[in-house]
Design a protein around this ligand. Structure first.
Ligand code: DC
Length: 222
């Protein structure tokens, strides 16, 4: 995608929304982006796209070396539809496969491979230059954009998150993904220093967005 600001004068603004699976961060991040007139990037979708590409190539997702090789050869691009950025991989649009069972099962091991993290973090950083983006993920405030002052960590107890996934018709095992995501050696899920932590178990989407906007206002942004 071309840079939206060919003059290169648009500021780079990143609002980082991190948190565990099914904490509600995608819904909140997208609503926030819409409110602010920013774009929204779900970085988990890039990891899911990479996982889908590995599966399509017949790569064993537990084979760290094979995954790293496949990731090194993949061409990652970012498309845009409305306010949403989405991944393109080797010219393919994988969006309808990103929540397939096999992707759900393999995405955490694939995202634990350091080469995958290096490649996708670099792609995210490059893409955000000169743009105003709400980016959700696991390590956006802690590792990808540690310099952004706008960091939020969205959380909810495991049983609440598991219930949310079930209500979405997905049988994903949240606890397994949480464990892999938070214990991997490279850029694990963690609360970034300076992040505002919000528990979403008793708040609706508007309530969480309002809390974030209040904090951004204090910081002089919203
Ligand atoms: O947000 P999600 O559940 O769609 O993310 C899918 C996986 O991608 C998740 O298990 C961990 C990984 N991920 C990551 O490691 N770093 C990110 N910035 C975003 C997602």
């Amino acid at each position: 995608m071309a840079n939206p600001d060919p003059s290169g004068t648009s500021p780079t603004i990143v609002i980082a929304i991190d948190g565990p699976a099914a904490s509600g961060k995608s819904t909140v991040a997208r609503a926030l982006a819409s409110h602010l007139g920013y774009r929204f990037l779900n970085s988990g979708d890039l990891y899911r796209a990479m996982t889908w590409a590995c599966l399509k190539l017949g790569v064993d997702c537990r084979d760290t070396g094979a995954v790293a090789t496949a990731a090194g050869q993949a061409r990652i691009e970012v498309g845009c539809e409305g306010i949403d950025y989405y991944p393109l991989i080797d010219g393919n649009d994988p969006r309808r496969h990103l929540r397939d069972d096999q992707v759900n099962i393999n995405v955490s091991p694939v995202s634990a491979v350091p080469a995958v993290r290096y490649i996708l973090s670099a792609a995210i950083r490059t893409h955000a230059q000169g743009r105003q983006t709400v980016i959700e993920g696991r390590d956006i405030g802690s590792a990808v954009f540690p310099e952004t002052p706008y960091k939020f960590y969205i959380d909810a107890p495991p049983q609440v998150r598991q219930r949310r996934r079930r209500n979405q018709g997905q049988m994903e095992e949240i606890s397994r993904r949480d464990l892999i995501d938070s214990t991997r050696a490279t850029d694990p899920l963690t609360i970034a220093p300076g992040a505002t932590v919000i528990d979403t178990s008793t708040l609706d989407v508007q309530g969480v967005v309002a809390a974030i906007l209040e904090r951004l206002k204090e910081q002089g942004l919203a």
